[in-house]
Ligand binder design. Structure first.
Ligand code: ADP
Ligand code: MG
Length: 806
């Protein structure tokens, strides 16, 4: 290169380029020296050194140090002190530390250092991958990475979905560090061409136990398949599993266990006050409402068990105007809405956020005063993560757990086992106020709300039914009718778990079975359930009333015993673990017994044999539509002049075809005959057109004659007695003339009103099109297909608006 510039330029130029080269070499040397100093300092670092207190005590490169300084991070937290030195030395890490203790920096700093030390550039591709279980958490990790790493030269990206795959894919190839959710990342690894991860240096799993959980299992396993084995792996969580199988799945090599709070007396932050109160399911909303009204000047997160619960409580409380801004967040909202809500809650001073477990883990909302768990969490770990949304870092916080009497004992045991210190509090009697009446009114006035309430009811009862910990969640103890009434619902919605089985029947059956035994809690209650009230109540009447609104079909679907179709309402599966092993065994066993005892029936459909071995198949027999799938479709025939049937297309056999002569000659012959036919038809057409023109001309002449005759008659003022026949002909002719504006005959001279129809076009096609257009013009609105059920509120609203404005 030096010689190249000498050829082109003079002596001066030669000198500057020489200087530049010198400078570059010097810089390179300096960086190299810096790196070797860093490396030797890291090698000499004693991870157990008690004098490590500040970030400046660690061998970190200049850009990282600057980034930390600018973000005002100075003193190391426990987990950072324990994990960062080990990670810098290249160990695999399994880190556990309480919520809010600074785990994010404990992995972000090693990531930045690792790539810096490798002098990673944009040409080296993806160097680090950080996986988060939720989008919200991924966004937050990305923000921290951006803040602390902003003096670095690396490019970092966020892969969480919500945008088109293509849009993301375009930028992916250029990224050095990616923060992602497992599913989306896997999608890219599988589908994005040219996205190469062979160079990956570090893999981080934040909230690792959640990511290794059943819900993400297959995605994570498949994802790890793509990654190179020689890499550093770090796992962090407040509740860390040390399951050997998990570690093997990630191929961790002699991981260092960093568990800084293992010896602590509690597994939750020390500056967190934790309480529980016992409130029956039927009074839960009253208690929650009372709590909100008493804490208007606070920042509160209320955890509920499903998105449907969240929507109902949010919508109904919003209408009741508690006097504190309300927000809601769940996984089925659109990405933009989720981001917007998170940022609004982050900035809010006083607000109440109703949320599902999408924000139970990792999310760092500043200054949250209260975490309310209105629905009992599925396990103690979830409890620990939920309460961890408050009392973060060094701030204080309070948490209240609502428990139904049936949940109290077992769940408190679970908490104790996990070292969670919690105390009971009671709701003051004078503060108790029932909001059932208000809810009833709201549901009565607004079918939308009632619909949400029904959905909430169904999702809650189902989730209880499906919970894994049967000692805590006792489905049989739920008073469903009273619970439905407490939501303000007219009547108790039917919930089916398996096909054809409704919850009440299921429940009553087992109650009947239990009643002989000693079920202390169900005394009195069971009897009340079984005898159906003779008198029809207000609720019954309301339930029978047929809705007149757009939601009526949904409403009826829930209220009535639907008589056909499978219940494909699977979205309640937001419960993390759907069936426990016992339940699976049970169903498997049941299948096995039915298979063994009942001999499957078979019937013939057309020439196909259909085996009736399940209820689903039996039901199928009642539906003609569904059966048609199995039936012989039949073939179309044409009949010749003798009345013999032939298939529409009859294929000759090949030999027969060959006997007729060479294919090319046949083709030419065929073309020739067809061309002749066309020519003949053309001659006829021309003749026809000529005739028409002549006829027209004749008519025009006759008209002229008629007019002249009429003019003569007018002039003479006499009755044309002698020429009756002529007059009659003229009148006839006049009658045959087109009326103005009416296009009676084919007018060849006027502008064509319509494109001439081609021989292959069907008249009805045009008509249908015109009709469609006319319809569109008339309504001028978006056409909604009613076949599909709208599945979110926006769609419902749009649907309602579209129909009502007509
Ligand atoms: P975790 O992941 O353990 O739940 P985070 O990493 O989200 O905790 O950190 C919790 C809060 O503590 C964040 O707001 C973060 O800014 C703050 N934090 C973390 N490390 C430090 C530190 N060394 N000094 C001051 N604040 C810190
Ligand atoms: Mg975290």
């Amino acid at each position: 290169m030096a010689t190249g510039s000498a050829k082109n330029g003079g002596a001066g130029q030669k000198k500057t380029s020489q200087n530049r080269n010198d400078a570059r070499t010097l810089k390179r040397k300096r960086v190299k020296d810096d790196l070797s100093v860093l490396q030797s300092a890291t090698d000499a670092l004693d991870p157990k050194n008690p004098d490590l207190k500040k970030f400046t005590d660690l061998p970190l490169c200049e850009p990282t140090t600057a980034g930390l300084r600018d973000s005002h991070f100075e003193v190391l937290t426990d987990v950072q002190r324990a994990a960062i030195p080990l990670a810098l030395k290249g160990h695999d890490i399994l880190g556990a530390a309480k919520t809010g203790s600074g785990k994010t920096l404990a992995f972000i700093i090693p990531v930045l250092e690792k790539l810096y030390r490798a002098q990673w550039t944009e040409y080296d591709g993806l160097g680090a991958l950080i996986i988060s279980p939720t989008r919200e958490l991924a966004v937050q990790i990305f923000e921290v990475l951006r803040k602390v790493g902003r003096k670095h030269q690396f490019s970092a990206g966020l892969v969480i979905g919500g945008k088109s795959l293509k849009e993301e894919a375009e930028r992916l190839g250029r990224m050095n560090i990616l923060v992602c959710t497992p599913g989306r990342m896997l999608q890219h690894l599988d589908q994005t061409a040219g996205f190469d991860v062979d160079n990956l240096q570090v893999l981080v799993l934040d909230e690792a136990d959640r990511i290794m959980d059943m819900g993400f299992q297959s995605a994570v396993d498949a994802l790890v398949e793509h990654l190179p084995k020689t890499r550093q792996t770090m796992l962090f969580s407040a509740t860390q599993s040390k399951r050997v199988s998990d570690l093997a799945r990630l191929s961790l090599k002699d991981p260092e266990y960093v568990s800084v709070h293992e010896a602590a007396t509690s597994s939750t932050p020390t500056n967190l006050q934790q309480h529980y109160l016992v409130t029956p399911l039927t009074e839960k909303l009253d208690t929650l409402w009372g709590f909100l009204r008493a804490n208007l000047k606070s920042k509160i997160i209320v955890f509920l068990s499903s998105g449907k619960q969240v929507r109902f409580v949010f919508e109904s409380f919003k209408r009741m105007q508690p006097g504190i801004p309300l927000l809601h967040l769940h996984g089925r909202q659109k990405q933009m809405a989720r981001m917007e809500i998170t940022s609004r809650f982050t900035q809010a001073k006083y607000a109440c956020l109703f949320a599902t477990d999408v924000v139970a883990r990792g999310v760092d909302f500043p200054a949250v005063d209260w975490v309310i768990q209105a629905d009992c969490p599925e396990d103690a770990d979830t409890y620990i993560h939920r309460v961890g949304r408050t009392a973060r870092y060094e701030s204080k916080g309070r948490a209240v757990l609502f428990l139904d009497p049936s949940e109290e004992k077992a769940f408190l045991e679970r908490l104790e086992h996990k070292k969670v210190p919690i105390e009971r509090i009671n709701v003051k009697e004078n503060k108790k106020k029932s909001i059932t009446n208000e809810l009833q009114n709201l549901c009565f006035q607004s079918p939308d709300l009632k619909y949400l309430g029904q959905k909430a009811f169904i999702s809650y009862t189902r989730s209880i039914y499906l919970q894994r910990d049967k000692a805590v969640f006792k489905f049989m103890k739920l008073d469903l009718d009273a619970y439905a009434a407490s939501l303000g619902l007219p009547g108790t919605p039917n919930v089916r778990f398996q096909k054809g089985e409704d919850i009440r029947r299921l429940k009553n059956a087992s109650r009947a079975a239990i009643s002989s035994g000693d079920e202390s809690d169900s005394d009195g209650e069971g009897g009340k359930k079984k005898s159906k009230p003779e008198v029809r109540t207000k609720y019954d009447k309301m339930a029978e009333r047929q809705n007149q609104d757009v939601l009526s079909s949904h409403y009826r679907k829930i209220i009535e015993e639907a008589d056909s179709g499978d219940d494909d309402e699977q979205d309640f599966l937001s419960v993390k673990r759907v069936l426990n092993d016992d339940a699976l065994d049970e169903t498997a066993g049941a299948d096995a017994t039915t298979a063994a005892t009942a001999k499957p029936k078979t019937i013939m459909l057309g020439n196909q044999e259909l085996i009736i071995d399940s209820k689903r198949r039996e039901k199928l027999l009642t539906s003609k539509k569904k059966l048609s799938k199995y039936m012989d479709k039949g073939t179309k025939l044409v009949f010749d002049d003798d009345g013999n049937a032939h298939p529409i297309y009859e294929l000759q056999n090949e030999n027969h075809f060959k006997q007729q002569g060479p294919a090319e000659a046949l083709r030419r012959e065929f073309v020739q005959t067809e061309a002749d036919k066309v020519r003949e038809a053309d001659i006829e057409d021309k003749q026809l057109a000529q005739d028409r023109r002549r006829e027209k001309r004749d008519r025009a002449k006759a008209r002229e004659r008629g007019e002249e005759a009429a003019a003569v008659a007018a002039q003479t003022g006499t009755q044309l007695e002698g020429c009756d026949a002529d007059a009659e002909a003229a009148l006839d002719f006049l009658r045959s003339l087109p009326v103005a504006g009416q296009n009676g005959s084919d007018d060849e001279d006027g502008p064509p009103k319509k494109r001439a129809k081609k021989w292959f076009e069907d008249a009805s096609e045009d008509e249908a099109e015109a009709l469609q257009k006319a319809k569109k013009r008339k309504s001028g609105k978006k056409v909604f297909e009613m076949g599909q059920e709208p599945d979110n509120l926006e769609d419902l609203e749009a649907l309602a608006a579209g129909l009502l404005e007509d």
